[in-house]
Design a protein. Structure first.
Length: 707
């Protein structure tokens, strides 16, 4: 029997963010780590309110930034932040925070440098406790999360999922209002709220989106509003913030520009398949005239402020948009010019070649306009301007705190944790990915020897019946609820409130690849999925469909000589996760371990970059919907920097190490550029198999607007 070699792969790093030999081992936390995990939990607990814990209140009242400046390496950042506090120039609490807003991002960067430069965990923790009551809660949570994910001494610490820290970004206003009522009345008035019931010691609110059935795209709410999908996208920007990099944090080693392209390609491919599954048309093109589809958010900010609305038939030809549209056209033109000329300009005016496959990483950094761009002052951020315009937030930018700090009302597009909710997000990134498509056309088509593996023949591919269905999932929203006098005194929640939501899932399935090999060797195996027909019912040619292929799985396999069957179950797909552990469960385990009741195990099974397993397959249709499964077996070429060579995979994601990838292949190879049918007809190691995805309705799970 051939030996199956598994690799733990983050969804958006097709070359494998993985241990190539075995599953990442678990590690039992020592008492110090457990204490740190408990301490971190307190920083996120009811973050909208002042700190109630008496022990932490002592730190708040006694700690001082400047008196402890010797405990930080970045003295400049500490002095600057202390000055911002003294002059009351911090973003106020209880107002919306957006990292896309320049002044908000500036404060976040300074705070990051303060916390990251703490010489030890004790200084980090005390500084964070001291600042928690002073700093805007959205800015605090975002910045602290980035710090915890990047500091060497906080690797492995579980950051609470964003949908538990700020539930109001994920559940509609009706649900959050009901939750506040339950919090006030406890369980006494449950019978008066038809949407609630008691389960164990929790009050459960049934999710209901029928209050806002304004736009046809509501049929996709189960996907675009999925809490885990939105948290996944938010997490990616915690791992690779556009403002973080350079020499201090060398994220460029992880091919961040290429990664930017690949994860957006993946997300758009999944969204497109979901549109087709529900009978919707192509993703609309984004032009400079009218956006036909509007968006009315069903969520509100914690302080009660409504999110901006974009009406249907939204005209971009308005006086207040002239300046923004002019910038978009100008900035996009600079990128297109670089693509057409074959080179980009760095900050010294020197040419950077864009006519190589590796240049996709440079192009990705340019398009994202991150700090690792070769010239961020010339290739500027047009994506954020698109979000401001299509989010209809231009008219919400005329108020300032102390005359300097903008008080804005960002749209859902301007928060990473809500951006996927708006169909305009996919229009924007369809336009963005078009830039990469233009660049790919200048690359030569793959040669036969680049695609072929002559010693390997895929004889057939068999796939179990692919079935999807809806099920209930439960999300804790207690952290959103204000504590009463007893709760704040005891620092404990008297009532636990959950929201019951429908989510798409799939039955476990197995893919069997029948292979014949002339030699024994280690190979890389990839599965890709794409729709077979477009929205008009026409079969999509392979070279056109290239941009629609979604990478399902990637793993290594030891091929023996002769014939064998590569058997891969969907449960073995280690780039996906079942979901993030509830912060309350993590705290309970850590607290018990701290008091000698069991062990606290550190592992990466709930890592921040894991894609939700329940969304691996598109919904399909009740009668079955045809898709194309592409299986590719290639020679395994180890990465130049061995995986995990300079970090501990048991506790760390290895951000900025350059040792996160398994091989030197381009992400998504061989579908990282147009692949024509004539290229694969005589290639024995690429196999195209038609598959059907059947959706099975579950009567007891009601999903509004979905047939």
């Amino acid at each position: 029997m051939a030996r199956l070699v598994l690799c733990t792969l983050a969804l958006l790093a097709a070359s494998g963010l993985a241990d190539p030999i075995k599953k990442v081992p678990h590690k039992v936390a020592d008492p110090e780590f457990v204490q740190h995990q408990v301490d971190v939990w307190h920083l996120f607990y009811h973050v909208h309110e002042p700190i109630h814990n008496p022990e932490l209140q002592v730190i708040v009242n006694t700690w001082d930034l400047e008196k402890n400046i010797d405990h930080c390496t970045n003295v400049t950042a500490v002095k600057l932040y202390a000055e911002l506090i003294e002059k009351d120039l911090l973003l106020p609490r209880s107002v919306p925070f957006s990292v896309l807003e320049y002044s908000h991002r500036f404060e976040a960067k300074v705070l990051y440098n303060v916390l990251y430069s703490a010489k030890d965990f004790s200084t980090l923790y005390k500084t964070a406790v001291y600042l928690r009551n002073k700093v805007n809660e959205g800015l605090f949570v975002y910045t602290l999360s980035v710090v915890l994910l990047h500091r060497p001494d906080t690797q492995g610490i579980v950051v609470p999922p964003i949908f538990e820290v700020f539930p109001s970004y994920f559940h509609n206003a009706e649900i959050m209002t009901t939750a506040q009522r339950v919090n006030t009345h406890d369980k006494r008035m449950i019978e008066h709220y038809p949407s609630t019931y008691v389960w164990d010691d929790n009050v459960v609110i049934r999710w209901n989106s029928t209050t806002w059935p304004y736009f046809y795209d509501d049929v996709l709410n189960y996907f675009t509003h999925d809490v885990n999908l939105n948290a996944f996208y938010y997490n990616l920007h915690l791992l690779y913030p556009s403002w973080l990099g350079n020499e201090a944090t060398p994220l460029v080693k992880d091919r961040r520009g290429e990664l930017f392209w690949f994860y957006h390609k993946q997300i758009l491919a999944r969204y497109y398949m979901e549109r087709l599954s529900n009978g919707l048309g192509e993703i609309p093109e984004l032009g400079l005239d009218v956006v036909q589809q509007g968006y009315v958010p069903d969520i509100t900010y914690h302080n009660g402020v409504q999110f901006p609305v974009r009406p249907n038939h939204f005209s971009l030809d308005q006086p207040e948009f002239v300046q923004a549209i002019t910038k978009i056209v100008d900035y996009e033109h600079r990128v297109r010019e670089a693509i057409d000329k074959g080179y980009a300009l760095n900050h010294l005016g020197e040419h950077i070649n864009l006519r190589t496959p590796e240049a996709i990483d440079v192009l990705g950094r340019i398009v994202e306009a991150n700090v690792d761009s070769p010239n961020p002052y010339y290739y500027k951020d047009f994506i954020s301007i698109w979000k401001t315009v299509l989010g209809n937030t231009v008219g919400h930018r005329h108020q300032y705190h102390n005359g300097l700090v903008p008080l804005v009302v960002p749209s859902v597009l301007e928060h990473y944790q809500t951006a996927l909710r708006d169909p305009a997000f996919y229009m924007i990134y369809k336009r963005v990915l078009g830039l990469f498509t233009s660049w790919q056309k200048y690359l030569p088509a793959y040669k036969h020897e680049e695609l072929a593996l002559p010693s390997v023949v895929i004889k057939s591919v068999e796939v179990d019946k692919l079935v999807t269905y809806f099920e209930h999932t439960y999300v804790n929203v207690t952290n959103h609820l204000h504590m009463n006098k007893h709760e704040s005194k005891e620092v404990v929640d008297d009532v636990s409130v959950l929201v019951q939501r429908p989510q798409l899932n799939h039955k476990v399935f197995t893919v069997r690849v029948n292979v014949k090999s002339d030699v024994a060797k280690t190979v890389a195996v990839k599965f890709f999925l794409a729709p077979k027909y477009d929205s008009k019912g026409y079969e999509i040619p392979l070279h056109v469909n290239t941009e629609n292929f979604y990478m399902l799985d990637y793993f290594l396999y030891e091929l023996p000589v002769g014939e064998c069957v590569i058997k891969r179950e969907s449960t073995e797909n280690l780039f996906t996760i079942k979901g993030w552990s509830s912060a309350y469960e993590v705290y309970e385990k850590a607290y018990n371990a701290m008091h000698g009741k069991g062990q606290f195990v550190i592992d990466q099974t709930h890592r921040m970059d894991g894609f939700p397993d329940h969304l691996v397959l598109p919904k399909g249709r009740v009668g079955g919907m045809p898709f194309v499964l592409l299986v590719h077996i290639s020679e395994y070429h180890p990465a130049k920097v061995p995986y995990g060579s300079n970090f501990d995979p048991a506790v760390s994601l290895g951000l900025g190490s350059g040792a996160r990838v398994l091989s030197d292949e381009r992400f998504g190879f061989p579908l990282d550029r147009p692949l024509y049918q004539w290229q694969v007809d005589d290639v024995s190691n690429i196999y195209l198999q038609d598959v059907y995805i059947t959706h099975k309705p579950v009567p007891e799970v009601v999903v509004p607007h979905v047939a």
